[in-house]
Design a protein around this ligand. Structure first.
Ligand code: HMG
Length: 391
């Protein structure tokens, strides 16, 4: 039911890690032709978390600028989407709520469904805003993507958090109805509780993604969505940026549209600038694509943008957003450029050392090495409790 109330994304900010591993450095050790990474996968580098960074520190870094700009008073809900959960019981968002000094009169919850759950968070947030248009919902997508060393997935790791304020009369993007939905029980990628790295059926996962895209488009059309030609841009979930090319080619093909590779490349390039240097940030990835589009497109005032969200397992959603005239005054392009450029390059040995680093499980007091220069850090693990600190 539409109430006529304009709801959507009021602000968007992202953060990533302290370190970065260039794919050229990775290629020097895997023996792969760098072109496989740069051209085949469309990846240049990947963000690597310091020993004292995690989904909470990235989430707080991403969300702090939103709170600084809009205040904390109207934030009554925090929804944190992740598949890098740090606790089976306590929501990671509660630590973020505390680090940001949000009001105790708030609800905080964590959502999971592989890379998809941030989209569920946005949709649930819109429902809350419809109930109480005065409130802002803080949605945070935050993940660290990890595969086994020397596995094909290793080159598609990354980490980032995207924070969004969802509210009425948004200044950035109105979120449209309807959505196209798809859920299919498929084992293309999963991480059992006892593992710190994901298991993946690589090629099958690509096929599962493309099939889900067909499913969501079919449902979107049946629900009365826009014709494909209405959209000025398409933001896809980008486990590696070439996946967006595969997806758009597939969408154009099965809807009977002309597949023009040059046009696809030109249009998608605006959406891949951050993901190609950050890597797969799971739940955050499609919203990082959106951030890239907003920061790099000339002018999207009033234009429709498609969001195609996919999470293995699988759940997918396709919906439209419209850029609010004047949205460019509210962008954080310079901060985003700094978040990417402040990362310190590391060599292969340092990367593998960080990947091998596991938090102690004995319940003792374990201060963590001070590595990050960011505003928030995981200072210690003490009595099985995570101790965070703000600079
Ligand atoms: P692979 O076996 O290492 O690579 O696995 P490949 O041999 O398939 O090569 C990749 C591409 O590079 C190919 O292009 C090659 O031709 C090309 P394509 O055929 O795909 O167009 N290539 C070259 N190009 C130029 N110069 C060269 C060269 N050599 C090769 N010299 C795979 C690739 C993606 C399977 C692997 O990286 C992987 O398993 N990644 C993890 C899984 C993944 O990202 N799946 C994507 C869909 S599922 C998803 O998006 C959900 C996810 O985000 C999780 C979640 O939802 O939570 C993963």
């Amino acid at each position: 039911m539409s109430t006529g109330l304009a709801v959507g994304i009021h602000d968007l900010s992202f953060a990533t890690t302290e370190f970065v591993l260039p794919h050229l450095e990775l290629a020097g050790h895997t023996g792969a032709d760098p072109a496989k990474y740069h051209v085949g996968l469309g990846q240049r580098s990947m963000s690597i978390a310091a020993a004292d960074e995690d989904i909470v520190t990235m989430a707080a870094s991403a969300a702090a600028p939103l709170v600084a700009r809009w205040g904390a008073d109207r934030i009554r809900t925090v929804v944190l989407a992740t598949e890098t959960s740090i606790d089976q019981s306590k929501a990671a968002g509660v630590y973020v709520h505390s680090l940001l000094g949000l009001s105790p009169a708030a609800r905080v919850v964590e959502l999971k469904q592989a890379c998809y759950s941030a989209t569920a968070a946005v949709q649930f947030a819109l429902g809350l805003v419809h109930r109480n248009p005065g409130q802002l919902v803080l949605v945070i997508a935050t993940d660290v993507s990890r595969y086994d060393p020397d596995s094909p997935g290793e080159a598609t790791q990354g980490a980032a958090a995207v924070a969004m304020l969802v509210g009425a009369d948004p200044v950035l993007l109105r979120v449209e109805e309807p959505s196209g939905l798809s859920t299919v029980d498929v084992m293309d990628f999963w991480r059992p509780n006892y593992r710190s790295t994901a298991l993946v059926a690589g090629r099958e996962s690509v096929t599962a993604y493309l099939q889900a895209l067909e499913g969501v488009w079919k449902d979107y059309t049946e629900q009365g969505g826009r014709p494909l030609g209405d959209f000025r841009a398409f933001c896809y979930h980008q486990p590696f940026t070439k996946m967006a090319h595969k997806a758009h080619r597939h969408l154009l093909g099965f809807t009977g549209n002309v597949v023009d590779e040059d046009r696809i490349a030109a249009m998608l390039a605006l959406t891949t600038a951050y993901n190609e240097v950050v890597g797969n940030s799971y739940t955050a990835s499609v919203y990082l694509a959106l951030a890239s589009l907003l920061d790099h497109a000339d002018d999207l005032d009033g234009e429709a943008i498609a969001i195609a969200s996919y999470g293995s397992g699988s759940v997918a959603e396709f919906f439209g957003v419209t850029a609010v005239p004047g949205y460019r005054e509210h962008l954080r392009t310079e901060e985003h450029r700094r978040a990417v450029e402040r990362r310190r390059p590391i060599d292969f040995a340092a990367y593998r050392e960080l990947q091998a680093h596991a938090l102690p499980v004995d319940g003792g007091h374990h201060p963590l090495p001070r590595q990050t220069t960011g505003d928030y850090r995981l200072a210690a693990l003490s009595g099985h409790k995570r101790v965070y600190e703000r600079r």
